[in-house]
Design a protein around this ligand. Structure first.
Ligand SMILES: [Zn+2]
Length: 289
């Protein structure tokens, strides 16, 4: 560490190191466990050179933190805040970690991208129920409007079809909220090809998917409350959002919902995702399917 680094940065460095390399250094090129550590005046982070293949890497190489001029301490704080139920918006984060709005927005955007990548890798198993809803539609309006955004809200009950009984509490449920395009819809209904595309992208091949009609969706004890809570969080925290980045906000909400009952604290899971060390709990999530 450079001499002008604070003790907070050293603690944060150790924190990120443990999430990226829980069993000690691992060469990303050849898998060797030992490296020389090279400190430099020009670089803020030490360089590791693999003792076997000489590949050089740093703690943040290949992660969303790579190339960032924001300190690790501030990154850790941002990840910690996104791991809380209320999460944080860019204005709040900028004030809390003393960075510009632009930097704060970029940090949050990168964290959300990492979450979306994780969710796109994760397919749902078991019984999957989904329904269509229109975000941004005024109350008591029953026809399509210009400013609304169609969504597919889905929930997998994975416990029922898994033979392993290790899942407890809420761990057998997995929720996804995905933005739809007009091509996926015929009026207010999902088309056959729209449904097929969603199932192919988000369900495992042996999963059983079904789509509820609008009345069934509103009466569903899981899906409708999940959607309402997600929508309220987005409206309260961000005062509504446009189409471009909307998917990442729904993914962020679902991420907390899906992993909050995990044995591993949410901040550790999120840090692992940001450090690209996602294999261990992706594998765990699929272990009994
Ligand atoms: Zn190597």
């Amino acid at each position: 560490m450079k001499p002008n680094h604070s003790i907070h940065d050293d603690v944060a460095y150790q924190f990120f190191y443990r999430q990226k390399w829980p069993d000690g250094f691992l060469c990303p090129s050849c898998g060797h466990r030992q490296a020389y550590t090279i400190h430099s005046r020009v670089r803020s982070l030490p360089l590791y050179q693999c003792k076997l293949c000489r590949h050089q890497t740093t703690l943040t190489a290949g992660t969303i933190l790579e190339g960032s001029r924001t300190s690790l301490f501030k990154w850790r704080k941002a990840i910690e805040l996104v791991s809380t139920k209320a999460s944080v918006n860019a204005v709040q984060l900028a004030a809390l970690i003393h960075v510009t709005y632009k930097t704060s927005w970029k940090i949050l955007n990168k964290i959300r991208h990492a979450i979306s990548d994780l969710d796109n890798e994760r397919r749902m198993a078991g019984y999957v129920t989904g329904g269509v809803v229109f975000y941004g539609r005024p109350p008591y309006v029953y026809f399509r409007t210009k400013r609304e955004h169609p969504l597919w809200v889905s929930c997998a009950q994975e416990r029922q079809v898994r033979r392993d009984h290790s899942f407890e509490d809420n761990c057998g449920l997995y929720v996804k909220i995905k933005c739809l395009t007009d091509k996926d819809l015929d009026g207010q209904k999902l088309t056959y090809s729209g449904e097929k595309k969603l199932f192919e992208e988000h369900l495992e091949s042996h999963a059983l998917g079904s789509t509820l009609n609008r009345v069934e969706f509103r009466r569903d004890p899981f899906l409708h409350p999940i959607y309402c809570e997600a929508k309220n969080w987005i409206n309260d925290t961000f005062k509504g959002i446009g189409r471009t980045y909307q998917q990442h906000y729904w993914d962020e909400y679902c991420f907390r919902l899906n992993y909050m009952h995990s044995d591993t604290p949410l901040i550790h899971i999120l840090t692992s995702i940001c450090m690209k060390n996602i294999s261990y709990f992706i594998l765990n999530a699929h272990v009994s399917s």
